[in-house]
Design a protein around this ligand. Sequence first.
Ligand SMILES: [Cu+2]
Length: 283
Amino acid sequence: MGRALAVIIWILTLLSVILFVSKKWWFPQGISAHAPALDRQFMITLVVVGIAFAAAQIGLGWTVWKYRDASNRPAATYTHGSSRLEVVWTVITAVVFVGLAVMGQSVWASLRFNAAPAGSYQIEVVAQQFEWNFHYPGKDKLFGRTEPELIDEATQNSIGLDVSDPNARDDQVGKLLAVPVGRPVELILRSKDVIHSFWVPPLRFKQDLVPGMAIHVHFTANKVGKYELACAELCGQLHFNMKSVMLVLPEDEFRALTEMAPGKPFIDRITELRDKYKLPEEQ
Ligand SMILES: [Cu+2]
């Protein structure tokens, strides 16, 4: 029985390793400037924890095998263990984990703690149960004032845009995200109700939106196309419905779109663009 259990542990370990090494279920192709660095960091972490996982499971199987029940075996005795060994493996684990975290934080932090590069295109993202709203500053590149009291779903003013503000006159608001290719984009992430999470897997970017906060993040998408955008935070009953797409557009197409008149012309154009591009899995 002990031998069988040991063999099962080893087989499960082998299958788990094969699952990752074969890359049968893997990330979609990265489409952002920071994606290669992030993927590299992910691989380093995966290899390090993979080795630790395999070694621990092989050791577990070995222990099960060696100390299996047998009629001629003397009864087990209590041992306190080895304090020195415990200190050694705790220190090694701590160093590895802190080391990986320090290595990994540089890419992560550079997109969040550093100011967005000059010339970044700003878009405000306002999440709500269960929709995304994207607020574009329009031709003047200036956001109009928004005020929570002005939020009115009946008139489709879901972000509370103050239309009396001159800066608001050309502001476009829609349910789809469009960004220019090869140019840094700064998102200002807000939420109207609960915590949501902005997630575009090929972009290698995920960030929570927290009520009461305006979280600034930035990235550069470098492949034209249409990509799924999902809420990655279980935010309520219709959470599964909270999806949209991110369009990465050629510069001229993007400029033309952001200079469209707000309201129907803008919505019609961005819907056209949504239908023009295909998701990677549809191609
Ligand atoms: Cu959500």
